[in-house]
Design a protein around this ligand. Sequence first.
Ligand SMILES: Cc1cc2nc3c(=O)[nH]c(=O)nc-3n(C[C@H](O)[C@H](O)[C@H](O)COP(=O)(O)O)c2cc1C
Length: 374
Amino acid sequence: MSDVTPLFEPYTFRSGVQVRNRLVLAPMTTGSADPDDSVSQAELDYVARRSAGVGLAITAVAYVTPGGKGFHGQFGAEHDGRLDSLRALATRIKVAGARAVLQIFHAGHNSPPELVQGDVTSASDVPSPQPQRAGVPVRALSGDEVQAIVRDFGQATRRAIEAGFDGVEIHGANGYLIQQFVSAHSNRRSDEWGGSLERRLRFPEAIIDEVQRASRQAQTPFLVGYRFSPEEPHEQGLTMNDTFALLDLLRAKQLDYVHVSLQDYAGGPRRGGDPELSRLNQIAERLGDTPLIGVGNIWTPDDALNALTLGATFVALGRALLLEPEWVQKVQAGQAGDLRTTFTRADRDALTLPDPMWNMLTGFMIKDRLTDAS
Ligand SMILES: Cc1cc2nc3c(=O)[nH]c(=O)nc-3n(C[C@H](O)[C@H](O)[C@H](O)COP(=O)(O)O)c2cc1C
C-alpha cells in the first residue's frame, strides 16, 4: 500500500488560514436550497458529514446578485438577509473541523431565463454553448452593470466574513460570467473590458482586487482563492496560451490558492502548451509559489498522490466524496480497501445526499457505479 502521509501534511496559507491536510471537498451544487434560496437542512447535513475529514470544504456556488442566479435550487449570497443562512453553513463546516470557503459567482449567459426574469446577460450577446440554452437571447452588460457586478463580489465577500467563513473562492471556471469575459469566443466587446487578451483579463482582475479589498476587513485570517477552466473546445475559445496569461495575473495577485477545474487531473492540453505534459503539471509550473488545487476523476489514494506528484499542493474530491463520505478518514486509518466504489438504490439514506443530488448521481453523474441501474 502507498504511503499516504503527503496527503495529511498540514498547511498554512498566505493569509494565515491553517488546514489539517491536503484534501478538499470540491464545490458541488446540490440544487436543494429552500424555496426562498436559503441553505436547506438537507444541504447542511450533506456538507457537515463531508467536512469531517477534509482540510478545506468549498461550498456549492452561491450567486452574488439576482441577475446572476444559475440554477434551480441554488442558494444566494446576494443580500444581507442571507447572513443567517450563510452562517449556518459556515458553522456546520467549521464544527466538523474543516475550514469553510464560500464559492461565489455570476452565471452570465448560462442562467436559465426563468430565474432572471428573462434578462440573460453576459459580456456580449453571444448565446450559451449549453444545448438546453439554445435560442435564448442574451444581452450584453453595460459598463455600469459590469462595475456593479464587481462590487457585488465584494459585498458577497463581506457577507462571507460576517457569516464566519474562512475564505471565498471566486468561481471563474466552467463557462460562467468571469470566464465569458476572458474568452474571445464570448467576449466581443470593444470597450475597456474586451478586445485584446489583456483587456479580457480586466474583469477577473477587477473582481480579485475588489474581493481582496473586502477581505482585508476580516478580523481573523481569511483566504481568497480563484477557480478557472484551462480550455474551451469551441473555435476562438480559450487555449492554454490564454490560460498562461491568466495564470501570470493570478500569480501576481498573491492569492491564497488557485483551483483548476478539470475532468481528469492527469489529462493533457487540447490546444497550446506542451502536448507531452499534463495540464496540471504545466499550470503548477507557471504558478510558481502560488498553491494549486487539482481535481478530476480522483477516486483512490494513489490518484490523489499522483496529483500531488504532478504539482498540485491540494487535491479536491468531488464524486468520490459523494459516494464515500468517509473517504478521508478511511484512507488516513489505512482502510483504503473499504472505500465504497459502487452503490445501489438501497444506499440512499446511508449517503446523506439532498434529493436533487441523489437524482443527479443516479441519473447521469455516476450512473456507471450504480450496480442496480435499471
Ligand atoms: C453534482 C455536481 C455539482 C457541481 N457543482 C459545482 C459548483 O457548484 N462549482 C464548481 O466550481 N464546480 C462544480 N462541480 C464540479 C466539481 O467541483 C469537480 O470539479 C468535478 O466534479 C470533477 O471532480 P470529480 O471527478 O472528483 O467529481 C460540480 C460537480 C458535480 C458532480
